[in-house]
Design a protein around this ligand. Structure first.
Ligand code: GDP
Ligand code: MG
Length: 163
């Protein structure tokens, strides 16, 4: 049995970087190549002995300021509907923002099965943000660094029961 994991969260928290690491190909593009990333991007992920489908909510970066919130909502709702489980990512170096709270609200309304990830958590600069993430009321945050490949064992532990 396999499952679908959607990576959701506001722009720039590191969703595509993690997606690329899980898929192992440059299928999703990071934010220094604007205009290339579009909407929802699907790939076949490998994590240890797990194989699953991963969905990156891309295309958020393209929206103009006034349409960004609505676009984020619609795309995230679509991703949640496709997924068995959502990896909700925040930037631990920034902490929880009002937009993160909006995402948490979407996930609660949809009764999504959520794994909370405090990303960019390599080093000490992220400690306050990781603590902050507990305040979202979505359980214990995983300390993750998609860029450095840290915390993937904790992600594995949370996903393994679903496989
Ligand atoms: P997305 O908009 O959520 O898809 O975010 P991206 O994956 O495009 O990453 C946004 C920026 O954060 C890029 O400059 C990445 O290099 C950087 N980034 C991603 N993951 C990490 C991480 O684990 N640690 C740090 N320090 N930076 C990261
Ligand atoms: Mg992206």
């Amino acid at each position: 049995m396999s499952f679908t994991l959607a990576i959701v969260g506001r722009p720039n928290v590191g969703k595509s970087t993690l997606f690329n690491r899980l898929v192992g190909k440059r299928l999703a593009l990071v934010d220094d190549q604007p205009g290339v990333t579009r909407d929802l991007r699907e790939g076949e992920a490998r994590l240890g002995d797990l194989r699953f489908t991963v969905v990156d909510t891309a295309g958020l970066e393209d929206a103009t300021d006034n349409s960004l919130e609505g676009r984020m909502r619609r795309l995230t709702e679509r991703a949640v509907d496709m997924a068995d489980i959502c990896l909700f990512m925040i930037d631990a170096r920034v902490g929880v923002t009002p937009i993160d709270q909006m995402f948490a609200e979407i996930l609660r309304k949809k009764s999504a099965h959520v794994i909370l990830a405090a990303n960019k958590a390599e080093g000490n600069a992220a400690d306050a943000g990781v603590l902050d993430a507990w305040g979202l009321g979505l359980g214990e945050p995983i300390r993750l660094s998609g860029e450095h490949g840290e915390g993937l064992n904790d992600l594995y532990s949370q996903l393994m029961p679903l496989a």
